[in-house]
Design a protein around this ligand. Structure first.
Ligand code: SF4
Ligand code: SF4
Length: 411
């Protein structure tokens, strides 16, 4: 690995620790990779403790444990305890299915600082249909446990064509549950969401209708419930400032130990992703090809190179540029200045012109993937785990409980 000339990059502030891609639910908007075979070997407890220690030494202040469903790791409490002992702020991003009172008590005692629970809808039958199993009732019970434990609670919901019209009901649900924060996140089109884009994309009319609902709720609930709205950037004309810049503030460690600049970056071929079995986290952050490939502005071509916004939006999302153009160094086609923007706008128009029920959703499935936890050796000990060129995302897709990456939104 070679360190480029010039000023060293800033140190990261946050880490997304994707403990497992296993999940009991089947959300069609899941941002986990469609192909999970590359993640069959999960890091062990000892691996995660070392990674967390190295993250803290590197400057990371907060870590969010996500997946998949992180509660499927039986050693989650020990992982949280280690992170807490290092002085890290810890968050759990979960679908809530296995969150019992005893489990939460143990996690809180271990130092867990925050819990984010995903809901698929405010309507139980619809939520269970989207989740692929009866899950909603347990989610509500899990949210109540978090409140009883006195931990801050974020509710996360992914908005798409079937649910965006009932954002008001999600706000009421968050109020009823006493949530401190509500994330209403339009689906981000990676992983299964990309596969299902045609069925998930909301119409322009739906997006226009939801914005006043959210504005009014923010005014009414100011000081009681923070409402975060993640826009549907495919309609925007201006790209999102993705990750605040590539390799700038955040890093993601996947279940098998690959270290990524963003949760969806594994899909970009030839990126030079390095696994924690091969190098220390600081060396990966500062010197790996994957982190240096799109740092700063030197990699940009026109129209970004001479654009006044290049330090603001960083040319948009590299993963989205790759998905939509086949070239990760292209201007994000969401940008109205991109030569691919007109084609994207036409594709979005064609997708949303179809009746919602004309395109069936493909639920997430990972039944063909057998995932096991394997103990790995320390860096330099020759595990043969090797440098990954990046997982193949199947559809050309690639997260945090965002929803949950979405639920990072993924869990
Ligand atoms: S041309 Fe590039 S830098 Fe300028 S607004 Fe578009 S994506 Fe951003
Ligand atoms: S979005 Fe989250 S809860 Fe749904 S299948 Fe993916 S990881 Fe599981």
């Amino acid at each position: 690995m070679d360190r480029p000339q010039g000023e060293p990059p800033d140190r990261p502030l946050g880490m997304l620790a994707e403990l497992t891609y296993r999940c009991p639910l089947r959300c069609a908007y899941c941002s986990n990779p469609v192909a999970l075979d590359a993640y069959a070997d999960e890091l062990s407890l000892a691996d995660w403790c070392r990674v967390l220690t190295e993250a803290r030494e590197l400057g990371v202040l907060q870590v969010h444990f996500s997946g998949g469903e992180p509660l499927l790791r039986g050693d989650l409490t020990a992982i949280v305890a280690h992170a807490h002992a290092l002085g890290l702020y810890t968050g759990l991003v979960t679908g809530g299915q296995a969150l019992t009172a005893a489990r939460l008590t143990a996690l809180a005692a271990a130092g867990l600082d925050h819990v984010q629970i995903s809901v698929q809808s405010a309507d139980a039958p619809e939520a269970d249909t989207i989740a692929g199993r009866p899950a909603h009732r347990r989610k509500l019970a899990a949210a109540a446990l978090v409140k009883e434990a006195g931990l801050p609670l974020t509710l996360n919901a992914v908005l798409h064509r079937a649910t965006i019209g009932r954002a008001g009901a999600l706000i009421e649900l968050a109020e009823r549950l006493g949530a401190d924060r509500l994330e209403l996140a339009n689906a981000q089109y990676y992983g299964w969401a990309l596969l299902n884009r045609r069925a998930l994309l909301p119409t322009r009319e739906q997006l226009a209708a939801v914005e006043p609902v959210i504005r009014a709720a923010r005014e009414r609930l100011a000081g009681r419930l923070e409402i975060v709205y993640v826009v549907a950037d495919l309609y925007e004309g201006v790209p999102k400032p993705c990750m605040h810049g590539w390799g700038s503030r955040q890093l993601t460690v996947t279940p098998n130990g690959d270290v990524l600049p963003c949760p969806a970056a594994a899909q970009i071929p030839g990126l030079g992703v390095v696994n924690v079995a091969r190098a220390r986290l600081a060396d990966i952050w500062f010197d790996s090809p994957a982190f240096n490939r799109f740092r700063g502005t030197g990699w940009m071509r026109e129209p970004c190179r001479s654009c006044a916004r290049k330090e603001i939006d960083h040319g948009g999302c590299r993963c989205q540029a790759f998905q939509l153009t086949g070239d990760a160094s292209a201007t994000d086609p969401v940008c109205a200045l991109s030569p691919h923007h007109a084609a994207l706008a036409e594709a979005v128009r064609a997708d949303t012109a179809r009746a919602a029920d004309a395109t069936p959703l493909v639920p997430r499935t990972d039944t063909r993937t057998r995932i096991r936890v394997r103990h790995r050796k320390r860096p330099g000990a020759g595990t043969g785990a090797g440098t990954s060129g990046g997982a193949d995302g199947g559809t050309g897709n690639g997260v945090p409980d965002g929803a949950e990456a979405q639920e990072k939104t993924t869990s």
